[in-house]
Design a protein around this ligand. Structure first.
Ligand SMILES: C[S@@+](CC[C@H](N)C(=O)[O-])C[C@H]1O[C@@H](n2cnc3c(N)ncnc32)[C@H](O)[C@@H]1O
Length: 245
């Protein structure tokens, strides 16, 4: 995922930005609904502008995939703001479909008002998280979720893993002191990578209270597509809850 060769150069992205053809309804949502929810400028990194109040908790989800977790969290916690970041266009379109309830084959409205739906507390950045970091003020978020990041299990691809020193420094900066940083993974190589990298990074401590903690779904958990795939394929997900110091 990560390879910043030269200072000030755009970070190189190794995943997919587009997948299957975007069909009619999702194309409509990307064109008409996304601009209303999109986080674009640094001035948007103001809770009041994004969510209409300065007095609320705000959480970040990096690489939300098809959006099930961020959508479920936002629905369960309507008083909390959620910023979701995803480069994969089909995933962004899927989140818009969850929020609006509009699916392929539905009659499309002439206009769409993103604030007319039940879930109003999600804002979206549809590009690379590493480009967004620099626009976010210090101590902004209450929680950061990084769920089933691409494992890049081969040693030669290890520098692409999202859990790395540069990104951890930024996550620690934008997360409040005492804030939660949750990483979920089902991949044995990534489990070891997280344990080692987070142990060496002195900005967080692991909040596990007993040996089995990390094998149990957190109480506020919402299942994701990759988790379901992992379970189907016989891999066991784990959850690392770290606290920012
Ligand atoms: C393996 S998928 C997991 C998706 C989702 N979190 C889930 O659990 O279903 C990883 C996702 O992270 C996204 N991603 C990877 N690097 C990213 C980056 N630098 N910025 C934003 N999204 C990223 C990918 O596009 C992909 O959708």
């Amino acid at each position: 995922m990560m390879n910043r060769n030269i200072e000030n150069q755009e970070p190189k992205f190794f995943g997919r930005r587009k997948g299957r053809v975007i069909r009619k309804a999702k194309g409509f949502l990307l064109e008409n609904m996304l601009p209303q929810l999109r986080v674009v400028e640094s001035k948007d990194f103001n809770k009041e502008k994004m969510f209409g109040s300065n007095d609320l908790e705000v959480c970040l989800e990096i690489g939300f995939g098809d959006g099930q977790h961020i959508y479920g969290q936002a629905k369960n916690n309507p008083q909390t703001g959620y910023v979701g970041v995803e480069v994969f266009q089909n995933g962004v379109a899927n989140l818009l479909s969850l929020i609006s309830g509009i699916k392929e084959g539905d009659n499309l409205p002439c206009k769409i008002d993103a604030n007319s739906f039940e879930v109003k507390n999600i804002r979206i950045y549809d590009d690379d998280m590493r480009k967004l970091f620099q626009k976010i003020p210090d101590n902004f978020f209450d929680k950061v979720f990084l769920l089933f990041p691409d494992p890049w299990p081969k040693k030669k691809h290890a520098s692409r893993r999202f859990v790395n020193d540069d990104n951890l420094k930024e996550i620690s900066r934008v997360l409040k002191k005492g804030g939660l940083f949750r990483i979920a993974t089902d991949h044995p190589v990534y489990k070891c990578h997280v344990l080692r990298t987070m142990y060496e990074c002195k900005s967080f401590y692991w909040s596990a209270k007993c040996g089995d903690d990390w094998r149990k779904e957190p109480v506020d958990w919402v299942r994701t597509k990759y988790q379901a795939k992992a379970i189907r394929e016989g891999r066991r997900p784990v959850w690392f809850d770290y606290i920012n110091m």
